[in-house]
Every structure is written in structure tokens, then in C-alpha cells.
Design a protein around this ligand. Sequence first.
Ligand code: NAD
Length: 242
Amino acid sequence: MKKVALVTGSSRGIGAAIAEALSREGWAVCINYIERRDKAEELAARLREAGGEVLVQQADVADRAAVERMVENTRRELGDITLLVNNAGIAKQEQFQDIREETWRRIFDVNVNGCFHCTQAVLGPMLHEHAGCIVNISSIWGSHGASCEATYSSTKHAIIGLTRSLAAELAPTGIRVNAVAPGVIDTDMVQVLGQETLDYLAREIPLGRLGRPEEIAETVLHLVNARYLTGQVVTVDGGFLP
Ligand code: NAD
């Protein structure tokens, strides 16, 4: 079967690194973005220059109809999706009593319902072919509590629950489902913490630095290629959390 991947939220950061790594390995890749068309097109141009087959699609993963359109366009342009990387995610730091209901709902809509929409949208052909791979991007805060990030941490716990449940349900069909739990990775998402906090975190991390998006992409590639591996959550955090 043709290797066709959809990586959500892949115009920058970890998603862009995953799209790039997959393209280098011969995957046709759909780059999904929500706002930054320029960044998505820039990445697509770079990958095409290196010989990659790439499609750029705008869609808010929280919007089921938009996701279905994106998946249909990908099927038409590249072929059936055989690898889904649920990477799109948002976070907000605030004390629990200050969280507004709309913030709580939006973070769940993107981080959890986004996985639900994308996974359901790609599953039909995977079930038909008895093959396929899904990699969900969770977080170390998906198995540990995160002060002032209760919403984000709850969504990342949910993603791990979804990964393990779906892996059990889909194993007899040959479809594998795994997750990556990154630690502190140097992307736009963590810049809100400020340089002082990032320096402090780097000192606290046994490997002595923040992770790089490419290092999460490496692990995604490993999960994609490890054909006897399903239902696993791989932590990639430089030894940060015990
Ligand atoms: P980032 O903010 O640079 O990238 C997030 C991407 O998701 C962006 O491209 C953004 O446009 C996209 N996105 C956001 N909402 C979307 C939506 N509704 N529909 C489609 N795309 C949407 O952050 P990142 O660090 O690259 O994060 C990627 C994933 O890794 C996220 O799921 C994040 O929770 C997870 N993660 C990051 C870290 C870290 O330290 N950076 C740690 C653990 C987990």
C-alpha cells in the first residue's frame, strides 16, 4: 500500500518536524494547518524540493466537517491515509478557579475531540485494508498532574486513555495505536513560560537541555516502523520525570 500520512497541526514545531521526517522516509504527507498557511506552504516547498509528495490542507481539527473534507481531499490527491499523527494541540496556563468554561471546552475540542474526529475520518479504509498506524501526541502531563495546567493535563490523560483503548479494540484488525509523551520541547508552545523558567527547566532535566522537535519525530518514526508495538506510550523527556 502507498505510504500516506496525515500530520495534524504540522505547519510548525513538533508537527512540522514529524512531517519532514516522514517525507524523508518516503511518505506522501498531508500538512495540516489552522492559521499559518505561509508556514505550511514554506514547509511544503522545502519537502517538495527534496523530492517529497506533499499536500497542504487547512482545517480546524475541532471541526468535524472540516476534518472530513481534509481527509477526502487527501484521499483524492495522495491516496488513502495509512498513518495518522494526531499532533495538533493547544495549552493555557492558569489557576483552576480562573478557567473559563469556553477555555476548558476549546482545549478539549482541539486536543481530544480533534483526535476523535481525525481518527474516525481515517479509519474506514484502514479497517478495510486491515492495516494502518495511529500515533497520538500526548505529554508527560498525560500521566502526571500539572499545576496550573489542569485542562491541558486532563486532555493529555484522555489521549492516553484513547490510545490504550483503541489499541486494544483495533489490534485484531492489524491497526496499531501508540502515543508519544514529550517532556519540555523547544517550540512556540513553551515560550509563554519565559526564558528564566526554560533555563531552570533545562537545569532540572537530567540530559541538561530542552528537547528538540526532531527528537519527537525520531520516536514517531520508530513507532511507525516497529510492527509488533501497539498500545504503548513512549516518554521522551530527557529523563525529566521519574
Ligand atoms: P506549537 O504550538 O508549536 O504547535 C501546535 C500546532 O498545532 C500548531 O501548528 C498549531 O497551529 C496547531 N493547531 C492548534 N490548534 C489547531 C487546530 N484546532 N486545528 C489544527 N491545528 C491546530 O506546539 P508544539 O510544541 O509543536 O506542540 C505539538 C504537540 O505536542 C501538541 O499536541 C502539544 O500538546 C504536544 N506537546 C508539546 C510539548 C512541548 O514542550 N512543546 C510537550 C508535550 C506535548
